[in-house]
Design a protein around this ligand. Structure first.
Ligand SMILES: [Zn+2]
Ligand SMILES: [Zn+2]
Length: 118
């Protein structure tokens, strides 16, 4: 599954892979981290750890990036009665699949309001 990003440059940065540094946080050439699981973008802080600064807009094309799904992730787990700390996390919650499943559900807007009961 490939995620679509706002522009080719961001996609290229997010998909940056380096043979020398399998850990994206260890590669000095890697600037942007994307979490499909939480739909979050961040600028990697190369201080030896895994810190990053989350960003709301694309640094290259200026597009507003999709809102973080971090809260939604916890909400959805709670709705299904799953403990976020449990070991038997459903696989779909470890990447973007859970979100795709939600996104494809029809929006919960009220329609058919014109039907009259009299
Ligand atoms: Zn590297
Ligand atoms: Zn962009």
């Amino acid at each position: 599954m490939t995620d679509s990003h706002c522009c080719a440059e961001l996609t290229r940065r997010v998909e940056h892979e380096c043979d020398l540094h399998p850990d994206p946080f260890e590669c000095p050439d890697n600037l942007v981290y994307y979490s499909a699981r939480l739909r979050e973008y961040g600028l990697i802080i190369h201080d030896g750890g895994s810190a990053m600064i989350s960003i709301g807009y694309c640094p290259w094309c200026g597009s507003e990036l999709p809102a973080s799904a971090r809260d939604l992730w916890f909400d959805e787990l709670a709705r299904r009665g799953i403990d976020p700390d449990s070991d038997d996390m459903p696989e779909e919650f470890t990447d973007g699949r859970w979100l795709a499943a939600i996104d494809t559900e029809p929006p919960a807007t009220e329609t058919g309001g014109r039907v009259r009961s009299d």
